[in-house]
Design a protein around this ligand. Structure first.
Ligand code: DQA
Length: 145
């Protein structure tokens, strides 16, 4: 099966960006760990990051024509603002898990709401980079159940 990992705006800064909130690992390190995990699970994983909303939307659309079975997405701040990313995900009807490194519910009020959560298969937040690992594991179980 094929899984797509999407990371949204500012996640390219992981490792240096507010490490007390987001951890010391870089995105490249997280992606490499996930690629190794995917190999073990027999999953083909593609990893992408963009700071641009339209780029994330285009990749979500493309996922349908490239037969992606499952999407893992940390939409960054677009979680709290983007009806367009929500519409793209419902439009392609590919199941997805929403991931946040930090516990968005323990932070500013404006982070408590996500436009994606109610249409997600599941949401993982507050567990740092481990959240990506759990999400890939959950995706694999969903795909083989
Ligand atoms: C985040 C949480 C968002 O509120 C924030 O805008 C991010 C990262 C997280 O992974 O904790 O960019 O999605």
């Amino acid at each position: 099966s094929r899984v797509l990992l999407l990371n949204g705006p500012n996640l390219n800064l992981l490792g240096t960006r507010e490490p007390e909130l987001y951890g010391a690992e870089t995105l490249a390190e997280i992606e490499q760990r996930l690629l190794d995990q995917a190999k073990h699970l027999g999953i083909s994983l593609e990893c992408r990051q963009s700071n641009a909303e339209h780029q994330l939307i285009d990749w979500i659309h493309e996922a349908r024509s490239t037969d992606i079975d499952f999407i893992l997405i940390n939409p960054g701040a677009y979680s709290h603002t983007s009806v367009a990313i929500r519409d793209a995900l419902s439009g392609v009807a590919i199941p997805f898990i929403e991931i946040h490194l930090s516990n968005i519910h323990a932070r500013e009020e404006f982070r408590h709401y996500s436009y994606l959560s109610d249409i997600a298969t599941g949401v993982i937040c507050g567990l740092g980079a481990q959240g990506y690992t759990f999400a890939l594991q959950a995706a694999q179980r969903q795909l083989t159940s």
